[in-house]
Design a protein around this ligand. Structure first.
Ligand code: ZN
Length: 145
């Protein structure tokens, strides 16, 4: 049975959660770094529902996903939250794809990007205790074979 989980999970709450995790310092223009005071709402994205901003300093156009691997993927915030959750929990690409109504290829590609990012964030020095949990989390995010 497939639960209509993206219909049940609120996009506004998901957007807030993503903002806190992707941009803990607040959403800024990825080109020039200008913040909230130096932008205007440009439009609402049709598929993702995200607000698209235009920077008043450099005319750059950006949204919550700009500069992340979710840029130009047109996913709703609830889909991104559940995709991240599925990858971290080690669910198969097929299971995540079915749950989110996405193609398995798209999920597989995003998973690979996430794992590469996680790998690049690993400390080069031997792990000390505080890093171990993160390390284990991403080891478990691997594809089940
Ligand atoms: Zn700018």
């Amino acid at each position: 049975m497939i639960f209509p989980i993206t219909d049940l999970l609120d996009d506004d709450h998901s957007e807030k959660w993503l903002l806190e995790h992707f941009h803990p310092e607040g959403l800024q223009c990825p080109k020039c770094g200008s913040g909230q005071a130096r932008r205007r709402i440009f439009r609402q994205a049709k598929t993702s529902g995200l607000t698209v901003y235009r920077c008043l300093e450099c005319e750059g156009v950006y949204n919550l996903y700009s500069g992340t691997i979710f840029e130009k993927k047109h996913l709703r915030p609830s889909q991104v939250v559940l995709l991240l959750r599925g990858v971290v929990k080690g669910e198969s690409s097929l299971a995540v794809a079915q749950e989110l109504g996405m193609s398995r290829t798209a999920v597989h590609y995003l998973r690979k990007e996430l794992q590469e990012n996680a790998h690049n964030l690993q400390p080069q020095a031997p792990l000390i205790d505080e890093h171990t949990e993160t390390d284990e989390m991403f080891q478990n995010a691997g594809e089940k074979r």
